[in-house]
Design a protein around this ligand. Sequence first.
Ligand SMILES: Cc1cc2nc3c(=O)[nH]c(=O)nc-3n(C[C@H](O)[C@H](O)[C@H](O)COP(=O)(O)OP(=O)(O)OC[C@H]3O[C@@H](n4cnc5c(N)ncnc54)[C@H](O)[C@@H]3O)c2cc1C
Length: 458
Amino acid sequence: MQPDVDVLVIGAGACGLAAAIAAHDSGISVAIIEKLERPGGNSSLSTGSVPAAGSRFQREAGIVDSPERFLADLVRTSGATDCPGLVRRLVETSAATVEWLADSVGARIALVTAYKHVGHSAPRLHAPVSRRGQDLVDDLVGAVETRGIPLAVGNGALALLPDGSGGVIGADVETLNGKRQRIIARKVMLAVNGFAGNRDLVARFCPEISGAQYFGARGSTGEAVLWGERLGAAFGNMGAYQGYAAVSDPHGSILSWTTIEKGGIIVNGAGRRFGDESAGYSGYTPNVMVQGGRCFAIFDQKIFDVATAEEEFVELANYGGVKKGATPADLAKLHRLDADAVMAAVESYNKAARGEQPDAFGRRDFALAPLNGTLYICRVVPGLFHTQGGLMVDNDGRVLRPHGQPIANLFAGGGAAAGLSGRTGAGGYASGNGLLSAIGLGRLAGLAAAQEVKSRTA
Ligand SMILES: Cc1cc2nc3c(=O)[nH]c(=O)nc-3n(C[C@H](O)[C@H](O)[C@H](O)COP(=O)(O)OP(=O)(O)OC[C@H]3O[C@@H](n4cnc5c(N)ncnc54)[C@H](O)[C@@H]3O)c2cc1C
């Protein structure tokens, strides 16, 4: 059958866009289909932060870092993983990934030097200055358009087409006007993200977070899992996910974790602290989940001032999501909490921050605490951001069967593939793991798919 295109990319988030650009620039034909009305997926909602070790941006900023140090950080954070080789490969190619983003894609990214991030011992996140993933997506889409790569929105893949001998040769697609179309391709790139928007799959693979609200994009409905199962693919790290311990309620925007990292605390509906918040925004999510309801972040003026460097925090404050008071009792009144309990929580925490007693929950990093002066409170709920488990792939994104043989012509990356955050839970997520897999593996898979096409047609 004559192919319509060399590579069909399914999904127009960061992974699919990166794969398409890399494959196109290797000299083959590419088309992208996206089921929603616009590209971007979860990548648009993210902060656009991509970690890389040994990049020229780090060297220019005088930051000493190396792939070995990055790998050690990831392994320490994630614990055991089903794909150690892939983690190493993405770390070792991370500097090339961000330099390619800047130089070939033209993405407006810069190294974030103001603070380190969860799981990283050196400043290594490269992000748009706005910290909005939408800017990164806009730059990727711009590069796709400049190259004339067809990108069809409102075109969802319904199923992969088997080639009759265990591989794939394209996909059935529902087009914008509701018609069905068959697209035949030499290679198919699955860039459809994970399954966080599919309640049944979340309950099956990540039951501890299945009660939480999903705060990602609508498109993450788990096709990579459903189609992969039909093809007999192997899966890895299926229990791992990125959670967020402090989504503002009822506003639904992220309460910047800077408020907690710089010394804030979280109390439950009874006004009591319940753990060591320095576990990080993802790692602390299950602790908030088990409180069974709304919780409350508390911080003070100096922390508030630091957080105002972030646009989303300022918006939340302007919309009344963050309220202030002169004392812990004032804060308690604002949300009808037990004033004695809130006072006791702040007092005990402040004693620990001043070094007068060990923290009741083992917290050791107090940053700008003790909390004093004007205080702030924000009602929060835990959220699920994305799942980290997915198809097992080789170091170039080829989808594998349980014994390691590739499924012919099928590639995957980003949230569709097994991720970098260990096997299970929220604690293995280091900042940027999602986008490193999306852009790093997207680029590698695009290059490998092009290589296969060219060697077959040469
Ligand atoms: C609020 C939030 C903040 C985050 N912050 C960060 C961060 O700062 N750094 C980081 O590394 N990660 C972050 N993440 C995670 C990160 O966004 C994801 O890991 C990453 O964007 C995944 O990229 P992707 O290309 O695989 O998926 P996506 O960007 O979601 O793209 C997948 C696309 O495929 C489309 N699609 C799905 N099914 C089909 C189909 N059948 N046919 C056609 N198209 C389909 C979807 O509609 C979507 O557009 C965050 C996530 C959220 C929700």
